[in-house]
Design a protein. Structure first.
Length: 114
């Protein structure tokens, strides 16, 4: 009886190890496999909008900080489309800003008085 039980147990273990449900599939091995397809827009490319007061303006670095109506402080970089609005931006001014995330920075795409 022991030999029969050992044989059956061995066969079950062999079958379980050979079964594809117990196998481990390899994960992505390169950045190309991890990154989303080029034809699908990234979540970060979606424009966002906020309204708030300008807390600071750094014209040399092309950066400005806005405190939103929610109390959040956002550091924004002026984009190429916002140069005319950025040049007249002043601390304390209430603005409506559209921006997008680009390479780890929030880039203003539109600045208007609120």
């Amino acid at each position: 009886m022991k030999a029969g039980t050992g044989f059956v147990l061995g066969a079950l273990v062999s079958f379980a190890l050979a079964s594809p449900t117990f196998g481990v599939e390899p994960g992505p091995t390169s950045a190309k496999e991890i990154s989303p397809p080029a034809n699908k827009p990234s979540v970060f490319a979606v424009p966002r909008h906020t309204t708030g007061d300008v807390v600071s303006v750094n014209k040399r670095a092309q950066l400005f900080t806005v405190k939103t109506t929610d109390g959040e402080t956002i550091l924004l970089k002026a984009g190429p489309d916002t140069a005319p609005q950025f040049s007249t931006l002043k601390k304390g001014e209430r603005v409506k800003v559209s921006y997008k995330n680009s390479q780890g920075e929030k880039v203003a795409t539109k600045i208007t008085p609120a």
